[in-house]
Design a protein around this ligand. Structure first.
Ligand code: C2E
Ligand code: MG
Ligand code: MG
Ligand code: MG
Length: 285
């Protein structure tokens, strides 16, 4: 199993995984039933093209509404879901829910937007991934170019040839592929040119102190330059302040995601936000 998860997978080094506590064991048994009991909810966080203020897409972020513990963050249960293999049905549910939602928004007359869905290491390495994605697109009727699959560098590293093969399979479906948390993994830059990806996501750990820490600024600048040089799009995650926004824009990063614009929201609240922004624009015009 360790090999399957990938040697660089951070979950292997998660100290909480080493010795399951009573708490994590009971969480695990709850997790097995959560999908059937309808306890998962997908939240959506806007991705903005800053110069125009245009909503270009949303990232689907899973939430678990636990009957007694309340909302549990994915940082707590995704590692458990990976460990148990439950991530396979849960991940497929997120994918299908997100595709269906964005298709429904298009039909309801909302502006066209893409949806980013996070893939886990286990999902990525399974032989049926391309089929699962193809079926989700076919069943929901979502246009492939509106689906953006997020993978991380570490997921690709333990078998690069296989990763390239999978990525080409996905690319042939017409979907977008983004490298999430870019800069935090162990990727060799030389592989990047062989990956048929579309976008680098600058990890929020570099954005946080971008205006005060010259090292973080240097790393972020390098990622932006790398993206431009390789003809990839680039988006910054975790943008919380006007200062960070200003700095990123100056460096040529125009797409952003973060609390400055909006936290991840449930469907009805995202719809309210879109309508509110549209109304403001009408009033201004
Ligand atoms: P991620 O894919 O890198 O998602 C970005 C995380 O940053 C999200 O945390 C989001 O809520 C948070 N975030 C967004 N804007 C800001 C900001 O301005 N400041 C700060 N401090 N944080 C911000 P979240 O929703 O708790 O998700 C954590 C991680 O769990 C995700 O990181 C992703 O790796 C994983 N995850 C979430 N949903 C799924 C899923 O459906 N499948 C899989 N495999 N993993 C998921
Ligand atoms: Mg992500
Ligand atoms: Mg990220
Ligand atoms: Mg992450």
């Amino acid at each position: 199993r360790a090999k399957e998860l990938g040697r660089n997978n951070y979950q292997l080094y998660n100290p909480q995984m080493a010795a399951p506590t009573v708490q994590s064991l009971s969480l695990m048994s709850d997790l097995r039933k959560a999908l059937d009991k309808g306890e998962f909810v997908v939240y959506y966080q806007p991705q903005i093209r800053v110069p125009t203020g245009e909503l270009i897409g949303v990232e689907a972020l899973l939430r678990w509404n636990h009957p007694t513990r309340g909302m549990i963050s994915p940082a707590q249960f995704i590692p458990l879901a990976e460990e148990t293999g439950l991530i396979i049905p849960i991940g497929e549910w997120v994918l299908r829910t997100a595709c269906a939602q964005v298709k429904a928004w298009a039909e309801d007359g909302y502006p066209e937007m893409r949806v980013a869905v996070n893939l886990s290491a286990r999902q990525f390495m399974r032989d049926d991934l391309v089929d699962v994605v193809e079926r989700a697109l076919r069943d929901t009727g979502l246009k492939p170019h509106l689906l953006d699959l997020e993978i991380t560098e570490s997921m690709t590293m333990h078998n690069v040839d296989r990763a390239i093969q999978i990525l080409h399979g996905l690319k042939n479906l017409g979907v977008m592929i983004s490298l999430d948390d870019f800069g935090t993994g162990y990727s060799s830059l030389s592989y990047l040119k062989h990956f048929p990806i579309h976008m680098l996501k600058i990890d929020q750990s570099f954005v946080r102190d971008i205006t005060v820490d010259p090292d973080d600024a240097a790393i972020a600048n390098s990622i932006i330059a790398l993206a431009h040089a390789l003809n990839l799009k680039v988006i910054a995650e975790g943008v919380e302040t006007e200062e960070q926004l200003g700095y990123l824009l100056e460096q040529g990063c125009q797409e952003m995601q973060g609390y400055l614009f909006s936290p991840p929201l449930p469907v009805d609240r995202l719809e309210n936000l879109i309508r509110f922004v549209e109304k403001q624009e009408e009033e201004r015009a």
